[in-house]
Design a protein around this ligand. Structure first.
Ligand SMILES: Cc1ncc(COP(=O)(O)O)c(C=O)c1O
Length: 475
């Protein structure tokens, strides 16, 4: 009897070789691949999507055809794996992590409950423990690898809600600035908190939380019958990379008895570097920290982390059981199912563990240091251009800039024009945001494949674009 779902050794080899060859070709071509599909006509993209939405056939499709379709699917995209990706929050995707994933998927260990695969659970938990050390957390700390920053923020918010509010959540209030990532507000909504629970604390001109203002709001809210329970600081905002005054926020949270969560999805892993550790001082005093290996450790998407000062707080919020799980004894490594929303879950640790061990931690530290240097370099070069305004010196690796003009509206229009011109070149891909009501361009330098040559290209493209845009609209 032949089972088509169970290829033999030579078939497995042929399939893996064919895919691996394509993956390696792809990675080799990354430096020359276009930064985005800018210029591809919308109707071409619609046609592509229609083709790729096709359901599977009843009969087998030849391997070559399947792989060609797969490549077609990957081909038209913002090149989020390459050196040109300087938009949003880059990650990269280490090749070694992809290979680890192949092994993890083939071995398909079940690590929702640690007793089922104690070795793989321990290996994954070694990554969590290391992340706790990186953030400077004490013994007793722990955490869980989750799918990304949004899930980590949600998991933290549920733990904070459970510990500080219990079931009486209607009057709960949490504090953050407008610069906090939108996933925090979304997490509050998903956690059942009413919209009015979100208290937006003013930010200083550096886009950092005004701690005095937060203290005044907390006092006023308490007097008005609300139950302040959570203070959220940002260890590097998405907009400008601003770092909230993390130590002062820790003091405030301690004084007021609030849970202190730090969203370090973008910036937290810079703790690996000396400069990052200095700038993020206070993060080690948080009750929980979101860290995103799919950003700061260049892992493939789907790799986030939440670490907590006291593991029992995560357990209190997430532990649950069923009679059908009665045979499983407790282990040294906690059951991940007790620490987050998932029971069955993918192995996320191997893809982090393998590159960390293979390359050593120093390689990651050096790569992050390089990003800080590159941001400083770009900032200095762009700030020297009289047509540009760079209101904030980069704290980590995001450079935010605006176009100078007599009035804000014209500056915003020029900014949009610059973004379009730069991205149309397809050598780099930038994104924009709005800060203080003003259109703001961002150069987010975090991909492990972005080095000095590409940052120089981005800087040159921005300067050329702003000169051209100013000239063409001035005449
Ligand atoms: C500061 C911050 N927090 C949270 C998130 C959300 O992370 P994810 O996209 O992994 O859900 C991001 C994403 O860029 C971020 O920059």
């Amino acid at each position: 009897m032949r089972y088509p779902l169970e290829p033999d050794r030579s078939e497995m080899q042929a399939l893996a070789d064919a895919v691996l060859r394509r993956a390696i070709d792809f990675v080799e071509q990354l430096p020359e691949r276009p930064a985005s599909p800018a210029g591809v006509q919308p109707e071409e993209i619609r046609a592509l999507q229609r083709r790729l939405l096709a359901p599977p056939a009843e009969e087998p499709t030849p391997l070559g055809d399947v792989l060609a379709r797969m490549e077609e699917a990957a081909d038209t995209a913002v090149e989020s794996a390459g050196p040109s990706y300087l938009a949003y929050t880059p990650g990269g995707g280490l090749f070694a992590a992809a290979v680890a994933d192949l092994y993890a998927r083939a071995t398909n260990r079940y690590i929702g409950l640690s007793a089922v695969a104690p070795g793989m659970a321990a290996l994954e938990y070694s990554v969590v423990r290391w992340l706790c050390d990186v953030a400077g957390f004490p013994a007793g700390a722990g955490g869980i690898l989750v799918s990304g920053g949004s899930t980590a923020n949600f998991t933290a918010l549920v733990a904070a809600r459970e510990q500080r509010l219990g079931e009486d959540i209607a009057a709960g209030a949490l504090y953050m600035t407008r610069e906090a990532h939108h996933s925090v507000g979304k997490a509050a909504r998903l956690a059942g908190l009413p919209q009015r629970s979100l208290r937006i604390v003013p930010a200083s001109s550096e886009r950092r939380m005004d701690v005095q203002a937060a203290a005044r709001m907390i006092a006023a809210d308490r007097a008005a019958g609300l139950r302040p329970f959570l203070l959220v600081g940002s260890a590097g905002t998405t907009n400008t990379g601003a770092i909230d005054p993390l130590s002062e926020l820790a003091d405030l949270a301690a004084r007021e008895g609030l849970w202190y969560h730090v969203d370090g999805a973008y910036g937290g892993l810079f703790c690996l570097t000396e400069r990052g550790r200095e700038r993020l001082r206070g993060i080690e005093r948080a009750d929980s920290v979101t860290l995103d290996p799919h950003k700061g450790l260049f892992m493939p998407y789907g790799t986030g982390a939440l670490i907590v000062r006291e593991l029992r707080t995560l357990r209190a919020a997430h532990a649950a059981s069923g009679e059908y799980l009665q045979d499983l004894p407790d282990q040294e490594v906690p059951d991940f199912a007790d620490l987050g929303p998932e029971l069955t879950r993918e192995v996320r640790g191997l893809r982090v563990w393998l590159p960390l061990h293979l390359y050593g931690v120093a390689a990651f530290r050096a790569a992050l240091d390089e990003k800080i240097d590159l941001a400083q370099h770009a900032y200095r070069r762009l700030a020297a251009e009289p047509l540009l305004d760079l209101p904030w010196e980069p704290q980590l690796s995001i450079v935010a800039l605006r176009v100078k003009a007599q009035d804000g509206e014209r500056a915003d229009a020029l900014g949009r024009n610059v973004l379009e011109r730069v991205n149309a070149g397809r050598r780099v891909f930038l994104s924009s945001t709005v800060v203080e009501g003003r259109f703001t361009l961002r150069l987010a330098i975090l991909a492990h494949r972005s080095h000095r040559d590409r940052v120089d290209e981005a800087v040159a493209a921005i300067i050329e674009a702003v000169r051209d845009a100013s000239n063409s609209t001035a005449t």
